[in-house]
Ligand binder design. Sequence first.
Ligand code: PMP
Length: 411
Amino acid sequence: MAYTHKKSMDMFKRAAKVIPSGIYGHFTPALMMPGHTPYFISKAKGPRFWDVDGNEYIDYMCAYGPMILGYANRKVDEAFAKQAKLGTATMPPTALMVELAEKMVEINDCADWALFAKNGGDTTSWAIYIARGYRKRNKIVLATGGYHGTQPWSGSNHTGVTPNDTADIILVPWGDLAAFQKAVENNPDQIAGVMMTPYNHPTFAPSVLPPDGYWAGMRRVCDDNDIVLIIDDVRAGWRLDIKGSAHSFGFRPDLACYCKAIANGYPISAIVGAEKLKLTASKVFHTGSYWGNSPEMAAALACIEEMQNIDAAGICHERGKQLREGLLELATAHGLQFDVSGPLPIPFIRFTNETNFKRSQLFVKECILNGVYFAWHHNMFLSAAHTKKDIEQTLDVADKAFKVVKKQFGS
Ligand code: PMP
């Protein structure tokens, strides 16, 4: 029987009285399938969560990325709990900070040092300050429509942002080397850095992998013009390759930003960089009340060790392949025009014969109401906790959902 969400709705009404918009930011149900979506959850374990109405879901959002080993992973949780007993926000920090920095340097071939913060946006801002400080130039190139957090410089056009906030930002289309080259020519000796995601993962649009030679070309133009090449690997980091997504696409950035999956859900982010930027990084005063917390660092060390031990990225690829092939096969069998884009562990689904997302929304709604938590507007995430059986169960649900789409739309 399809799920209902009465308790979620009741809780949302309570929330709306005391929390602006009820649930804010990217957790808002407005982005999912309002009215058919669980608004509040009660618990999560492995690749599944349960909502406050008691409905169970196989989760393909993985909290928008952090969950890579499965919710409530024993090894990571034990490492966190053990360290929490020894103190949380201490001053000075613990030796775990050094251990974690050493680990980051060991696994990232572009890294000679590491710094830690809490959120992805902390590190993307930090990267920009470092690039500007190093080059003593102001301008930063970003990709049009790219997302690096809600900081005003990033092009986030929310209330309160002024034109001055983005005065030193130059936008070029992602994947367009000629456009980047032109921006560099038009702004001689003014560009400090360029920040992009390793592949293009916009919201509300298919994901796009780097065109041939793109990153080699970007690296060359940056080197020729003394521009710091910054990779925002906040979303994709660790799922493509334990050595970082840049490694999987065969290039070395000067700075790389990580967050999401670094500690399987515990709040910590990291920026790693090349030796040449270390002195400047030491001069940028960027900090936060909880940035030195040791339990998150213990969790990150345990998570990285486990990702290495089980080859989490490899499992995410395998499960992503099973899911992608299964969905494409089913859609074809139903006579539907359906596509899955992006790397195997981070799929974006859509119906190719529409731009209004009506089929995608119906498909996702049917999946959610039958226990598979998919998204239509955003890429999804595989984890190392998804089993072959979970994917099979997902495909059974998807089969029925495709049938509903076929019935309603015909093609
Ligand atoms: N960069 C990218 C590519 C992201 O996907 C995100 C978060 N979705 C961020 C930066 C910002 O991270 P946070 O929300 O942790 O500040």
